[in-house]
Design a protein around this ligand. Structure first.
Ligand SMILES: [Zn+2]
Length: 99
């Protein structure tokens, strides 16, 4: 598996029922060029986003915004308690580098 961990940035990949994968980061704005370069035709990269919102939450929000049904969130970092709580509340399973 390719490491998607860049310094303090966490990348999350949200699989959707429609087959698209939403790729988000904990950074503000566009994904870094190194991450964008890895995106495939079915990958949708974050183009905007607030800093301070975790990649996992952004992935779910972007999927819903695009009217896609999120199925699973995979985080390149360790999912924090806040994100785990959020994902549990919305009923989306998740996996991270610790699992
Ligand atoms: Zn988090």
């Amino acid at each position: 598996m390719v490491s998607l961990r860049f310094s303090l940035t966490t990348i999350a990949v949200t699989d959707t029922q429609e087959g698209y994968r939403i790729v988000t980061s904990s950074e503000r704005g566009l994904l870094r060029p190194q991450v964008r370069a890895m995106l495939g035709p079915m990958d949708v990269g974050q183009v905007t986003g607030e800093s301070g919102i975790h990649a996992e939450v952004k992935g779910i929000a972007l999927a819903i915004q695009l009217k896609l049904k999120p199925l699973l969130v995979a985080s390149a970092g360790r999912i924090c308690d806040d994100c785990a709580g959020f994902l549990n509340r919305v009923g989306i399973p998740y996996t991270d580098c610790a699992t």
